[in-house]
Ligand binder design. Sequence first.
Ligand code: 5GP
Length: 239
Amino acid sequence: MEKRELLYEGKAKRLFYTDDKDLLISEFKDDLTAFNGEKKSSEAGKGALNNKISTELFKLLDSKGVPTHFVEMLDDNHMLHKKVDVIMIEVIVRNIATGSLTRTLGIKDGTVLPFTLVEFDFKNDDLGDPKLNDQHCIILGLVDDVAELDTLRKMAREINDILLPYFADKGLNLVDFKLEFGKDSNGDIILADEISPDNCRFWDMETGEKMDKDRFRQGLGGLKVAYEQVLERILGSKQ
Ligand code: 5GP
């Protein structure tokens, strides 16, 4: 499948049409941004690592019955996937408190949450991705009804129930992550976007070392080595 004209360029990916109206190609970029685009950099090879990590995780989720947009990895930087109408909600799943949760609510960093927290952020850079409650989602017309929000919450928990033990087995704590969903040509809600260290937090279970984009956000260095390790651990014990 060949790339045709550019549909959209985001911070981490370019999206291209294909000859099939129901399929798109994502090109994973090496660009890194944080703090709503205020901090920018680039890391050669980062895009390919995220494409490979996402491919493995989409395959895992597919094999467990989670519907995703994934079709196939085309080459190092390109993924073929279904075209969806993106739901403009970032679904945030948290097992351990850190990041914006500790900043906004004062929960001590590293606190294991009594249950998995699922939150909604408005996918809107101009507004800085603010938090949403169910009523906001309906008023903004982001979903048709509360039942769709319940579907997002249910799918997010199912995905966490698969990924949390999967990464624990690889010595990584899945601290939190961001998911995006869309509606396919049948109107069904499926998982979209990517699952990578750009939008997940992984902490090494032994050392506590951060193995994700926080290395860039916090200026820790060693981002590529960390992403490579995440991929190696995934590939090392492929099921
Ligand atoms: P926080 O709200 O603490 O900044 O982020 C929670 C989790 O969601 C982290 O794993 C973070 O990587 C992910 N996340 C939240 N918002 C975004 C976003 O706009 N872009 C990306 N790539 N990840 C996000």
